[in-house]
Every structure is written in C-alpha cells, then in structure tokens.
Design a protein around this ligand. Sequence first.
Ligand SMILES: Cc1ncc(COP(=O)(O)O)c(C=O)c1O
Length: 445
Amino acid sequence: MQYRGNSLEQYWMPFTANRAFKAAPRMVRRAEGTYLYDQNGDAVIDGSSGLFCSPAGHCHPKIIEAVHQQMQTNTYTAPFGLGHDGSFALAAEVAKLTPEPINHVFFVNSGSEAVDTALKIAMAYNTARGEAHRNRFVSRERAYHGVNIGGVSLSGMVRNRETFPMVVPNVVMMRHTWTGDDLFCVGQPAHGKELAEDLQRFCDTYGGGQIAAVIVEPVAGSTGVLVPPRGYLERIREICDQHGILLIFDEVITGFGRMGDPFGAQTFGVTPDIMTMAKALTNGSIPMGAVAVRDEIYECVVDGTPEGAIEFFHGYTYSGHPAACAAGLAMMAIIEEEGLFARSAAMAPYFNDAVMTLKDHPLIKDVRTIGMVAGIELFPESAPGKRGTAMQTAMFWKGLHVKFTGDTAILAPQFIVEKRHIDEIVQKFACTLDAHFPGGSLAAE
Ligand SMILES: Cc1ncc(COP(=O)(O)O)c(C=O)c1O
C-alpha cells in the first residue's frame, strides 16, 4: 500500500519515546512468518511474536483469506441486539479451549477492555447473587492488566500509579512472587508459595466476604516473566473458595498455547472463575479480546434478570466485530490444523535451554523461563530502564525484535519457529550484549 505524507510529527505513538523514535525511526514495511522487514528492506527476526500476539506467524494466508471473504459479505453488524454467525461460532470455538465449566464468552477489542469487562462481570455477578457489598478487589505488585482505568487500578507498576493517581478505589495489592531465591529458573520456582498468604491476611483484615475478586496473571508477563511458585496458584484458589471470592486469571499473554496448553489454567491445573484473553486470539491480526466465565456466573446474571430485559449493561460498538471473528475463527482452525499448541510444547525445552546459555553473561542478572516465554533481566545502568531501552534499539539494528520492559527482555517466540530461529534469536541477543560490554556506551548506538 502507498501512503501519502512524509511527516512523523502528527502521530502520538503509544508507550514509545516519541522524540527518540522520530529522530531515528524503526519502521516495519512488511512482515512474513517469523520475520519483519525494516525500511531498508533488512530482515528482523521476531523474538517476541510482536507483543506476544502472533504465534502462528505474520501474514498467515488463511487469516488474510478469511478476513477478505468476510469483508466482502458483511463489514459490520450492530452487536447490541443483532447477531451474525461469526461471533457465535467463535465463542463456541473458544469455549472448547477453556477449562470446564468455563463456557460463556463475551467479546471485546483488547486485553485492557477484557480486564475492565471482567471487573464489571464480577460486580454484576456479586449483585445478582445478593453479595453487592463485596466492594474490594485484590491484585498484585508487578501486575499488568492493561491501560484502561480499571486495569491501571489493578496494575502494580509505579509509573502507572504516579502518572494516573485517580484510579478505582478499594484495590489492595498482594506482594509479587519474584523472591530472588530461585535465580535462573526453568519452570516454577520452588520458593514463594507462602506469598499466597497475603490474600488470607486481606481476608483476616477486611473480611473475606467483602472481597469481590482476586485477579492474577498466571505468569506475570509484562513486568518481566514472573512464574508462579509451586503451590501458589493452588493456594490462592483455595482461599478464594473458602471466602466465596471470584478468581480472575488474566490470560492475555498466557492464553492460546504460550505454555503448550490452551491456557495457563490448564498448565498450572487451577481453574479460575473468569478468564481474560486477547492477543493470540486473532494471531494479533485484528484487535480482539474476550472474557470467558463459568456457566454459573452467566446463568446467575442472565436468569436473575426479568425476561426481555438486558441482563448485563455493558458492551462495545465493536464487540464481536465480523472481521475480528473471521480472523479468530481462522486462528482457531490454524491452531488445530497446524498443531500449534503441541508445537509450542515440543519447542519449549529447546528454547528454555537456549535462553539459559545466556546465564553467565556479565550483564545478565536473572533468566526466568517457562514454556515459550522468557524474561532476561539485565543489570540496570545509571537509571532503571536505560539499558533496556538502548538494548531494544540496538537489537533491532542487529536484526532482532525483542520487547523490553524496563531492563528485562521478554522473549516469546512464535510457535511456528524451528530450532534455527531460536538459535538466531539467542545469538543476536548475545552478540548485542557482547558489543556493549564492558564499558561500551549504549547511547552511542
Ligand atoms: C496480562 C495482560 N493484561 C492486559 C493487557 C492489555 O492488553 P491490550 O494491550 O490488548 O489492551 C496485557 C498487555 O500486554 C497483558 O499482558
């Protein structure tokens, strides 16, 4: 496609150092499979599946074809009070992947919207079951639940809280689960299960019957891949059950095969009450998210409302958009036909070993990995995040896209990768680190 205009000025870029980018842009002109192609036509291997959303590879022909066909027949249906086949079909496909008894799916357009919707579902359910007095949410330090006001209120990231102080009240934070006792860990850390007792302490302090819901990412992704200690999620579930508290798993990153199973819930053997998802639902091709709930929650809210009345006062103009549903249905077919979850599971040990070869590098403080995701934490430079930002740029020009959060790189290869791709990712990562150690000025890159 040809674009008119040659100014970068008007576009205010999200989560980007705008001035630095516009002074030295990194443009992706096309993408195919595991590679992006920059403004010079150079190939850049995608080490993070975009933002953890494209495990089936970029520009998958089946998704392109499905969306193209959909756009020729129906580009939009008003989702309030009208239906189209795609949204019902996709909900049924998603429900095949969620654990029992989670079988009802509400569509949104992003992970952030999924989180805010999950909070509203929790409130609506508590109201419907006569427990509207439950007015407190429990989240966790170093959580990331997106950027809407609900999600920011639940996020345990200091920049979020400092910049946006007016958030939803009555949120309390459990401690995060990175204890430092299990450095360079593959899989679940042995230490830290007792951190789940923070939830018990909130129950003791505020009354478990006052708490509406607890939200956790099965693996905290965006703040650096914090894998739950063994027994931790089980204990959280147990406390929730004892006090009638809803458990929400934010599976926006862990969903759709990142750990070899459909969801983190199956990997860790813990079933929540509500699950949020997005990203890989459409292979990142069209914005879409979803919230899946236990049958009991759907039935209680829906059946508790007089016949003919709207049961849940919530929805988006683009909920279940036909193009997004077509992309999602194509992705569900690709998952099955290409055995994507099995491929993720089969490649994970090779990936885990490969990232652990970095462990002795003098710039690396910790490596945490499970399934097809790894957090590689660098020692900070003079200010937190300075080294990470510089490395992310330097790696791009070395031909590797990797998402950094602060000083931690988050590697999340696509599930279609072969061993040679993993080798290329890790080798380019190591080479870039080497080029800047010792004493090299990262800012000079
Ligand atoms: C766990 C989690 N929840 C929510 C979000 C927000 O998703 P989105 O950026 O699609 O709004 C993210 C994004 O990375 C996430 O990792």
